[in-house]
Design a protein around this ligand. Structure first.
Ligand code: PLP
Length: 378
């Protein structure tokens, strides 16, 4: 059996009649930017994620950047980010002219380490930007306490965490705003690019609505220099169909994750080189990714590939050591983050993974980990 990492054609197969109806509704309306579909999607996603406002934008990177801009963050400012994340988290800070300050993450959860955050605060620090990596929320209660103590803003990168909670609280509960990506492979994905921001802050919400639309709240009145970062009407209509399945599809991911955790626990016990994901107390992750740790992830990936299982690595290089940040941040050393990046391997995970595919993955991992242990240095 061949198990793909992810096949988005399955999304279309399951939802085709509803997607076709949404597509035709938009085409027949003759309305392609803004309008009722966008307003309705925003209201539905705000309700789903327990926030007062949702503002649709063009992509996840813009969602992050526009919040920082709305707060007036720019040159001379610092924003604290996790050392292990997707590069977009840092690029959003850089786009404003501010400096991203990567700090250490927790070795177990791979999420921002609150103690490292506090140690990195300087007079230039304006905001903290935790990422809810792989679908699990960071320790927002502690991070919000630190922010409050030092007068800092908190923007949550929730691009991988649609539907996740911690102690019952979704993103944008403890932080001032959360930024979302609707990139096709995300738990809630569009059929192209899309993004959004949730917040309970009325003033921030109206500022963002203006900024995303050429700095204009009233047509042809431009009180500031905004950008064009709108969520397409068509994407909003298609996202509404996927949103109606999100809770159900997250439940399917959870069932797969629990099966992986149960079946692979004895393997990790027998071969300590293998580490399984850790779920923090009170945390309800949505398993955007199921990420193993192993000291030889490339050898493990090859052994799985030989057994028909496709994997990916999220993310093999910490952003501050990529070419994009070599000059500015190349001197930063974050041993925990860097080791995590050198060990990660993501297994197939998604609502359309079948039970038999999942079981084939479990067999393949069990065999591959034992084979690597028997032939170290291969
Ligand atoms: C996907 C992602 C983004 C960026 O989203 P785009 O819609 O691709 O711009 C930002 N942060 C994280 C953690 C992501 O996974």
């Amino acid at each position: 059996m061949r198990v793909p990492f992810l096949d988005l054609a399955d999304v279309v197969t399951e939802l085709r009649p509803e997607l076709d109806a949404a597509w035709h509704r938009v085409m027949d309306s003759g309305w392609f930017i803004g309008g009722a579909e966008v307003d309705t999607f925003e209201a539905e996603f705000a309700a789903f994620s327990g926030a007062k406002h949702c503002i649709g934008v063009a992509n996840g990177l813009d969602a992050l950047t526009l919040v920082l801009r709305a707060w007036g963050i720019g040159p001379g400012d610092e924003v604290i980010v996790p050392g292990h994340t997707f590069i977009a988290t840092l690029l959003a800070v850089s786009q404003t002219g501010a400096v991203p300050v990567p700090v250490e993450v927790d070795d177990a959860t791979c999420n921002l380490d609150p103690a490292a955050v506090e140690a990195a605060i300087t007079v230039k620090t304006r905001a903290i930007l935790p990422v809810h990596l792989y679908g699990q929320l960071a320790d927002m209660v502690t991070i919000a306490q630190i922010a409050h103590k030092h007068g800092l803003l908190v923007l949550e990168d929730a691009a991988q965490a649609h539907g996740a909670t911690r102690d019952g609280a979704p993103p944008a509960s403890h932080g001032d705003a959360a930024a979302w990506s609707f990139y096709p492979g995300k738990n809630l994905g569009a059929f192209g690019d899309g993004g959004g921001i949730t917040t309970n802050d009325d003033a921030l919400a109206s500022r963002l609505r203006t900024l995303r639309n050429y700095g204009s709240a009233v047509k042809y009145v431009h009180d500031e220099r905004g950008v064009n970062s709108r969520l397409d009407t068509l994407q909003a209509a298609l996202l509404r169909v996927r949103l109606s399945r999100l809770a159900d599809w997250n439940a399917r991911r959870l069932a797969h994750a629990n099966a992986y955790l149960t079946a692979l626990a004895p393997v990790a016990a027998a071969f300590p080189a293998l580490r399984l994901p850790t779920v923090a107390a009170g945390s309800a992750p949505v398993w955007h990714l199921f990420v193993l740790r192993h000291p030889a992830p490339l050898a493990l990936a090859a052994a799985l590939e030989a057994r028909g299982v496709a994997t990916q690595r999220h993310y093999p290089t910490v952003p501050h050591q990529t070419g994009a940040y070599a000059e500015q941040l190349g001197h930063v050393r974050l041993p925990v983050s860097e080791r995590i990046a050198s060990e990660v391997l993501s297994l197939p995970m998604g609502p359309h993974l079948t039970g038999s595919q999942r079981d084939a993955v479990i067999v393949a991992v069990t065999e591959a980990v034992a084979a690597l242990a028997a032939a170290p240095g291969r």
